[in-house]
Ligand binder design. Structure first.
Ligand SMILES: NC(=O)c1ccc[n+]([C@@H]2O[C@H](COP(=O)([O-])OP(=O)(O)OC[C@H]3O[C@@H](n4cnc5c(N)ncnc54)[C@H](OP(=O)(O)O)[C@@H]3O)[C@@H](O)[C@H]2O)c1
Length: 320
């Protein structure tokens, strides 16, 4: 198991590196440093989104590496996401074209629908989270998840992305899409860590041939204060993780990541700190025993760090 594969095969035959670099909330200069450190140490999978407003910075660094010959385009696995304001099927192609232009690429490797609920598009491409007067999200009047999916599939046919997938989708949403899909979603990117193990979703996706990608795999300690609660459990400080980390002489983050990849889950830890970026990637030289995997599996704390349920109110496509 120690020498486990660093990639996972997707249901269309493409391979995805099991560890990618998360880039949410990275400022321009720190992101450049982060990307250089990541590619230098061996990351090939980069996770971004239209909504992160950083695709242009990623594009600059990718060009630098591709032009210098340090890395070939086909060795990279670049993931970006359709914003919820562009979920109208007529807006999907234009949206990926905006992303590709910023990324300075002719195709991405994976394009995800960022979330299942369309937000109102007011003609302003920068207004990614349009608000109602009471501060809620302005949800689009029409929701046509299967129509959006059909538009996503066309992007594969146009050669604008190699694979398509979803993010923050429920079991029933994935099932509905798989039933009609010509190009099945290859992954569902969702919150997943020791306090939110997503067993049911993981098993349901597995049956459908859909992989799970874990966002916030180390518990998103840096997310904005308004998304945090006082006294919430902190995955990086869990005593079981601490005990296992001490045994192997590894960092807590390395144990959190190893646990997920050993379950067969793709991880996209974010860091802008070169030393952490390097150590987060060093998880292939040891393995957790069955007993240790079981100890983590039996952790009873349940904590969803991203609870958007109030934003989605009682929308029929609310995923949780
Ligand atoms: N699809 C979605 O809706 C969605 C939602 C959330 C996130 N994501 C994606 O998933 C990625 C990861 O999620 P995330 O950013 O929420 O959380 P995360 O990767 O679990 O945690 C990132 C935080 O942990 C810190 N960190 C990283 N490595 C560490 C280490 N070895 N030791 C201690 N602290 C460490 C980082 O600090 P420094 O950067 O200061 O080093 C940062 O504050 C995002 O960047 C984004 O690409 C997707």
């Amino acid at each position: 198991m120690t020498g486990m594969s660093k990639t996972i095969q997707l249901n269309n035959g493409n391979e995805i590196p099991i560890i990618g670099l998360g880039t949410w909330q990275s400022s321009k200069e720190e992101l450049k440093t982060a990307l250089r450190a990541a590619i230098d140490v061996g990351y090939r999978h980069i996770d971004t989104a239209y909504n992160y407003m950083n695709e242009d910075t990623i594009g600059e660094v990718l060009q630098e590496y591709i032009n210098s010959g340090k890395v070939k385009r086909e060795e990279l696995f670049i993931v970006t996401k359709l914003p919820m304001i562009h979920m109208d099927p007529n807006l999907v192609k234009r949206s990926i074209e905006i992303s590709l232009k910023k990324l300075q690429l002719s195709y991405v490797d994976l394009y995800l629908i960022h979330g299942p609920i369309p937000l109102e598009y007011d003609g302003n491409d920068n207004n990614i989270f349009p608000l109602t007067e009471d501060g809620g999200w302005k949800i689009a009047e029409k929701s046509d998840l299967l129509g959006t999916w059909k538009a996503m599939e066309k992007l594969v046919d146009f050669g604008l992305t190699k694979s398509v997938g979803v993010s923050n989708f429920s079991i029933s949403q994935i099932e509905r899409i798989c039933k009609m899909a010509e190009h099945k979603p290859v992954t569902n990117q969702v919150e997943c860590h020791i306090y939110f193990s997503q067993k049911e979703l993981f098993n349901a996706c597995k049956k459908l041939g859909v992989t799970l990608t874990a966002y916030s795999p180390i518990g998103s300690p840096g997310r904005p204060k308004n998304l945090k609660e006082a006294d919430e459990p902190v995955a990086l400080e869990d005593p079981i993780i601490q005990r296992i980390a001490t045994k192997y002489g590894k960092t807590h983050a390395q144990i959190l990541l190893r646990n997920l990849i050993q379950r067969g889950i793709i991880v996209i830890p974010k860091s802008v700190t070169p030393e952490r970026i390097r150590s987060n990637f060093q998880v292939f030289d040891f393995s957790l025993s069955e007993e240790e995997m079981g100890d983590i599996d039996h952790i009873t704390i349940q904590k969803r760090y991203f609870d958007m349920s109030t934003k989605f109110k009682d929308h029929p496509e609310r995923p949780w």
